[in-house]
Design a protein around this ligand. Structure first.
Ligand code: SF4
Length: 328
């Protein structure tokens, strides 16, 4: 079975964009691959954060992932900082990572531009830690969106350089591109993101979810109820593709393009589908939060499984490097 690795930042709670763009796919992948899913708290410390909140952010994220349907009997779910080999391998890989290519990473440039007072080495070397995350588990498949393509290409380059310098050690990871359409935020402008405040969190109460959907941006050309719209230009229609059956999608498409339905009717239909999914996820999440010992046990088991594989990889890497530790 091929191995998949994927990580997610411990933002504290999943929102609809994370769910539709990543975690829903993780649930499907766990039946086809040997999957390692990681809450990447070492990545998160490269941004300003409150230390007193980090552990609960990571734990809450893990609970949300489980609530969405990731099954700890079929996939390994763990928190990155429980496996110190991630940072050890990142340091090793940094000795072959090309600085010039790191300087070209658009995510680094974007983050540095948004937060010029927080340009640190960790932020710069973020893609090297990502390469370590993947390579520790021998992952050959990595689910990526367009925004991660450049980082995965760098990981592949790091593999080539390492293997050329120290002997064949790692396989080049390949992307698993998703067919999921891009999920925009409620503003209909930018990708759904907690930092942009344009999200619906999976745990939000139904009345809040409806309030957000009710006021969500639609096709900007549809100004009046009598104006026909273009569903393909509307993020609400994109969401229908996830939450409504084919018949409902066709009804919305025709109704929109002929001005036969209004946007509120369209959004009410969407809300019916969203409610079904979110209430199922919420019920699972509530059950997990009521049983913290079970969550502890799942994360401890995931970390032990991950450490076992990561430990074997690092033993091989130390030996390739000729380090004193490998001789001990
Ligand atoms: Fe968007 Fe639906 Fe309004 Fe059409 S009817 S513009 S798909 S919200």
């Amino acid at each position: 079975m091929e191995i998949v690795f994927s990580g997610i930042q411990p933002s504290g709670e999943l929102h609809l964009g994370n769910y539709l763009g990543a975690v829903r796919n993780w649930v499907a992948l766990q039946d086809q691959y040997r999957c390692f899913y990681c809450v990447v708290d070492y990545h998160a410390i490269t941004q300003p954060y409150e230390p007193a909140e980090m552990a609960s952010r990571a734990r809450n994220m893990a609970v949300d992932i489980l609530a969405c349907g990731v099954d700890p009997d079929r996939a390994t779910l763990f928190v990155q900082s429980e496996v110190p080999e991630h940072t050890e391998l990142a340091w090793v890989l940094s000795s072959v990572a090309p600085q010039g290519e790191l300087e070209r990473m658009t995510q680094f440039k974007d983050k540095a531009a948004h937060n010029p007072h927080n340009i640190n080495l960790g932020l710069f070397a973020y893609p090297v830690l990502q390469a370590a995350d993947i390579l520790l588990y021998g992952a050959t498949r990595v689910p990526v969106g367009e925004d991660q393509r450049q980082h995965l290409e760098l990981a592949r380059e790091i593999v080539r350089r390492f293997n050329a310098r120290f002997g064949e050690t790692f396989a080049e990871p390949m992307p698993l591109f998703s067919t999921t359409p891009k999920i925009l935020g409620l503003d209909g402008q930018a990708k759904m993101s907690k930092s942009l405040g344009n999200t619906i969190a999976l745990r939000e109460p139904e009345n809040v979810v409806w309030d957000k959907l009710r006021t969500a941006a639609t096709d900007p050309a549809r100004v009046k109820r009598t104006d026909p719209g273009t569903p393909e230009k509307c993020n609400v229609y994109t969401l229908h593709k996830f939450f409504s059956d084919a018949e409902k999608q066709a009804y919305v498409h025709t109704g929109c393009t002929t001005a036969g339905i209004g946007c509120i009717e369209c959004k009410k239909m969407l809300f019916e589908g969203v409610k079904v999914d979110l209430s199922r996820i919420r019920a699972r999440g509530d059950a997990l939060r009521a049983d913290p010992a079970r969550v502890d046990a799942i994360l401890a088991r995931g970390a032990a499984e991950a450490r076992q594989v990561a430990g074997q990889t690092m033993a091989r890497v130390r030996s390739r490097l000729g380090l004193h530790a490998a001789k001990a």
